[in-house]
Structures are given as C-alpha cells and as structure tokens.
Design a protein around this ligand. Sequence first.
Ligand SMILES: *Cc1c(COP(=O)(O)O)cnc(C)c1O
Length: 468
Amino acid sequence: MTHKQLTADARESLRALPSVDGLLRLEATGALVESYGRALTVTALRAALDEARDAIRGGEPDQAPGDARLVARARAWLEAALTPTLKPVINAAGVIIHTNLGRAPLSDAALAALQAVGAGYATLEYDLDAGQRGSRAVHAEQMLTRITAAEAALVVNNNAAAVLLMLTALCQGQEVIISRGQLVEIGGGFRVPDVMAQSGARLVEVGTTNRTHLRDYASAISANTAAILVAHHSNFKIIGFTSEPPLAELAELARARGILLLYDQGSGALLDVSPYGLEAEPTVLAGLEAGADVVAFSGDKLLGGPQAGILCGRRSAIEPLKRHPLARAVRPDKLCLAALSATLRPYLTGQTPAEIPVWRMLARPLDEVAADAEAWANHLRAAGVAAHTLAGEARVGGGSLPGTSLPTRLVAIRRANAARLAADLRLGTPPVIGRIQDDLFLLDPRTVLPGQADGLLQAVLAACIGTV
Ligand SMILES: *Cc1c(COP(=O)(O)O)cnc(C)c1O
C-alpha cells in the first residue's frame, strides 16, 4: 500500500510515532541499554517501530502506540532474540534414543565431569607426573580398551567421522568390499557409499539386497583389496529370505587373504539388551571377539554418553588412524572426553543399568512405568482432563534395534483436537513432546526422566484447562 492510499488518520499516526533517538532518551529505555547494550537495544527499538508502522499501514489500529508500548515491544523482542533455540524438552514420546531430541541424556557423573572440567583448566594434554605435555588420547581410551579388551582405541567427534577416518587411513586408493544389503543410509546424510567415495576407497559391491554369501566376498578379493566393510543395518530390517555370513567367518576369510575386516557397529551397545525383553543387538565386544580388526560406533546411542565416535581394535589398525591428518580434524574436545570417561566408568564396575539413563529406561520394569502412568492419569482426571492408561510400545530409536520394542504403559488424553494439544505442549515451557495415535494424545513415562513428572503434568494441565 502506498502512502497515498492511507487514511488521513493513519498518516497522522505514522507522523506521531517517536524517533529511535526520542525513545532512547526515555528512562525505561535506559534500563534496556544497561541490560542488553546500546547496539542491540537500538535494533530492538527499530523493530518495534517497524512493527507499529506496519500495523498502522495495514489499517489495524490507526492510533500510534504510546512510548511505553513501544518500549515493551522492544523488551519482548530482546528477550526473544536472546532466548536460546537449543533448550531442554521433556521427551514423553517413548523413543529412548531420539536423534532429533539429542540422543542419550547424560548420567549424573557425566554432568559432574562436564562441570568440573569445563569450569576451569584440565589435564587434557598435560602429564602431571612428568610435568610436561601429555596426550589427550589417554583419557577415555584406556577405559575403552579395558572394557572391550581391544588392544587400542581412538575417540573422535562422531561415528560418521570414525568411519570416514577408518576408511581414509586404511583403504584410500584401494578396494573395499561390502554387501549390497549394507549400502545403507543411516540418516542425517550418512550414506555408506558416499562416505566410501569421500574416503577415496573404491567400493566393490557383492551379493544382493537380501542375500550375500561368504563366497561372494571371497571371489571379489583382488590384489587391490584393502578390507571388507560390514555396516550394521541398524535402522531397518530385512526379513524373509535373507542371509549374511557371520562376522567370524568374514574375519577368517579376511585373515586368510591378508585384508582387514572393518565393522561399523553403530549403536555402541556394550551390553546385551536381550535381558530386557529386546531382540539381541550385536555388541561391540561380539564384533571384536568375532575378529573384526576395527569396530566403529557412536558414543551417544546405546553407550549412553556424549556425541562421540569410537574406534576399537587391533593396535596395528588403530595406530595409522591416530597418525592420519584427518584425526586432528575430527578430534574430540575436553568436554566430550570428560563426559565419555565418566559414562564409561559404570561399564567397568557393573553399574551401568543403575547409572546410565539410557539403560535405566531400558531396564525399568513395566510395573514401575505403569504405576507412573496410573498416577499421572489420576492426577489429570482429578483436574477434569479426560485421561486413561493404555498398553503401548516404547522404541529404542537412534537407529538401534529396528522393529523391536519394549512394552510400556501410556497415558492417553482424549481431546477434541489432539494435534492442537500436541502443538500447545510443544510450544509450552518446558516443551513436552508426545505422540498422537487414533486421535489420542499419548505420553510415555518410560522416557521421562526422574524429576520431570511435575513439570510435565503442569504443562499438560496448562495446555488442557489453562491452569498452571
Ligand atoms: C548411527 C550410525 C552412524 C552414524 O553415527 P553418528 O554418531 O551419528 O555420526 C554410522 N553407522 C551406523 C551403523 C550407525 O548406526
């Protein structure tokens, strides 16, 4: 709309708006400048004035807002601009390792280690005994070799980096054999063939999507072959007429032909999940025992720690990785190493299911989850919300254990508009993430951390009946 089409009143209102300088002279604005700095406050005042001009031109109120209102809008703009976009949420979606929600929640010990190491200086690369430069490699790696009985270990930024480093350092310019059933995309752009291309290794595909035999691998080995790569298809499942040779047979073949067996295990399961009623997931230890030269996995999936990529295996295969220039580009920082070391400790002392949140959620008996669900539903019903409990399934997620689930007990909330409730809860403080099924809004207590229940119930009540 041009100026000409504005009403006389609107034109008058535009003229009545104060200038930025005028607003800056106000006492109330002085407080903003003190808290937020002059430059940002000026930006906020401009935004408030722009907003007022747009409203007047749009014919909304054709009165100019007063100074107090403009300063209040500027304050709201500043608060919104400085609110972190990365903030905690309550995961009531029943997906234990939810990649979009930051994967594994950290243990108390890992949090304490982050605080202790992050708040000051640390022995990241300093040897206290010798009083001189030390190696950052010692911290988590000693624990990893102790836990896995591998000869050597290396920690990098994430498992994508671990696989890239492994292929680059050990296979560049040579061939790597992989089954067609394992040319997988893990998500977030991690595709095995692309990583292979990036590493400079040449992909040699063998077998078919559903069946690959030992002889397929054997006949593909040439003088140019560096390794066989096995990628755990962690996020999907092929069922029916399928077969893949066991790792141990591939290890034997690799050894006999003088090539490496590299295993992208992915999930970082160091313990067996089958005692918790889940289908067995191949563990890191099983991969090493089967004879893989290197096993690569994530730190923040079933291991339950910070984002990290971990490589365990034979010293002769890990040493070249440590020396490769790419290792420097993907090295972990002190916070990662502090949290990872603290996360690994209970694996040595046998305390994992009690101390690591991911394992606590996996191991939590159904009757405990059901007791929470019952209590929450009662609390909501007492406030007039239509809630009941329901048998359901929680998932491990994070590309682990596809197609298997854990029995859980859900709180189901019946609303005229479940999608609306879900949106209100997402946008609340703290945000609550649930899921919708058959027009019911569902909350799974299994993934809600101890201490979050009160906040969650308050948020639900606020969204359902406007009570806080
Ligand atoms: C998760 C996963 C990756 C990627 O690991 P990030 O830690 O997310 O980089 C690679 N391979 C497999 C098999 C995985 O499961």
